[in-house]
Ligand binder design. Structure first.
Ligand code: SAH
Ligand code: TYD
Length: 405
């Protein structure tokens, strides 16, 4: 039995992925000698409806001076965060007296928009290398982990926030009560806390099991978010579906009673109950669906190898660490991974040790099949490669099921 990180209830895992490395630990040969693994199991708490990892590595093992994920590697995401920032400016009527805080600001992909509109803002980003990229864009960043005590310090040294924002960060943080207490302290009376993360409903619906890796300690639903907000005298007032990261939800939270709860929240909670996200049995078929993808993909890769086809992968994503390690995909089946991120290049993928090569070499490699690990960017990537792929080369995707395109 395990204790829920939110409500302390006992719960059991519904899927066991076995031993997993740090998803973003793209390493040199030497670094692989001391590779770290943890046991990755996922469970569902029937009391508060939170889906969560049973064990998560220490945060310093994941977020540090050499963090490998840089937000601005996708043009689509740059424009997504510009629209996100503009919507907040409009919603909160932000101006030069306002104050915006972003938790997990990475390379400044969101805050750069407030800086160019001269709206005062502050980033909180523990991974120093990505924070330094944001600083070069003129963004003020505190290199630290956001929590209750940092929120109190910011509130004292700056001012209370009109908006606290966060994208793809909340689901990384196990000490959620400290975050919500911090938000409560830092948010002004009319302020909003808006964050988005991969959405549980879609992970279950699409079997996008690769959203589960060391950093993603939680998968959120409107049910679980309203539960935790309520514990801290806060309230979920709005939800908005996003297509990013294979299907995300943007949640808006305010002080209890400060704002109206929109019909969208009521509708989403109703839908989540209809599809059974609040019941154990919704999760029981998940492992079978994952294993079907595993068997189909491995069979396909083995056949391609037997027939002498050259298979490479595209996008050294964190998600692919779950795929390669759980499925047992080694360089024998997939020769290498091409990626645009310099810090990942000429290194080896975590656990599976597939070489990661600079994207510049992708076309010269002349592949027959390309396994799309960055499937969440498929539209952007397939458009970019349409001429190169032509009729002779094929994409392989595997969410929600294995497909050759
Ligand atoms: N918001 C960006 C980055 C997401 S990656 C985007 O959507 O693209 C997750 C980021 O959260 C990393 O940069 C990591 O260093 C940061 N992070 C992890 N724990 C944090 C915490 N407690 N407080 C603030 N940032 C955190
Ligand atoms: P992403 O799917 O955003 O993240 P996660 O690590 O959360 O699973 O990562 C995209 C990766 O794909 C990143 O390493 C950059 C790479 N990439 C390319 O190489 N080329 C591209 O055109 C795009 C959009 C991404």
């Amino acid at each position: 039995m395990n204790k829920c990180l939110i409500c302390n209830n006992n719960f059991n895992p519904f899927v066991d992925f076995g031993n997993m490395p740090i998803a973003n630990a793209f390493s040199t040969k030497k670094e692989l000698e001391n590779e770290y693994f943890f046991s990755m199991k996922v469970g569902f708490c029937e009391n508060c409806n939170m889906v969560q990892l049973l064990e998560q590595p220490d945060r310093e093992k994941m977020f540090h001076d050499n963090y490998a994920f840089f937000s601005s590697t996708s043009n689509y995401m740059i424009s997504h965060f510009q629209k996100f920032a503009n919507s907040v400016t409009k919603l909160q009527s932000l101006d030069q007296k306002s104050f915006v805080v972003e938790i997990g600001s990475n390379d400044g992909i969101m805050l750069q928009n407030f800086v160019s509109d001269k709206i005062p803002c502050l980033g909180i980003e523990p991974s120093k290398n990505v924070a330094d990229v944001a600083r070069k864009k003129g963004i003020e960043v505190i290199t630290d982990f956001f929590d209750e005590s940092l929120a109190a310090r910011i509130s004292k040294n700056y001012q209370k926030a009109d908006a606290i924002l966060s994208a793809n960060v909340m689901c990384h943080i196990p000490y959620m009560h400290s975050i919500y207490e911090g938000v409560k302290t830092l948010l002004n009376n009319e302020g909003v806390f808006i964050f988005e993360d991969p959405y549980l409903g879609e992970v279950i619906e699409k079997t996008s099991f690769d959203q589960i890796y060391d950093e993603h300690v939680f998968l959120f639903s409107a049910l679980s978010i309203s539960y935790i907000a309520n514990m801290h005298d806060l309230e979920l007032i709005h939800v908005e579906h996003q297509i990013t990261h294979g299907g995300s939800m943007r949640f808006t939270i305010a002080h209890k009673g400060a704002k109206n709860i929109s019909q969208d929240v009521i509708d989403l909670i109703k839908r989540e109950k209809e599809i059974g996200l609040d019941k154990n049995h919704a999760y029981l078929n998940f492992t079978d669906s994952v294993n079907k993808i595993k068997n189909d993909l491995i069979e396909l890769l083995k056949n391609l190898k037997k027939n002498g086809k050259k298979v490479v992968a595209y996008g050294a994503t964190s998600k692919s660490t779950t795929v390669t390690n759980y499925f047992g995909i080694t360089p024998d089946l997939v020769e290498c991974i091409y990626d645009t991120t310099p810090i990942k290049q000429n290194k080896y993928s975590p656990g599976a040790h597939i070489p990661v090569l600079p994207y510049d070499q992708f076309r010269d490699s002349n592949p027959d099949y390309v396994l799309l690990f960055a499937w969440n960017h498929s539209e952007e990537i397939m458009k970019k490669e349409i001429d190169f792929m032509g009729d002779q080369r094929h994409w392989i995707t595997y969410i929600p099921n294995v497909k050759v395109i």
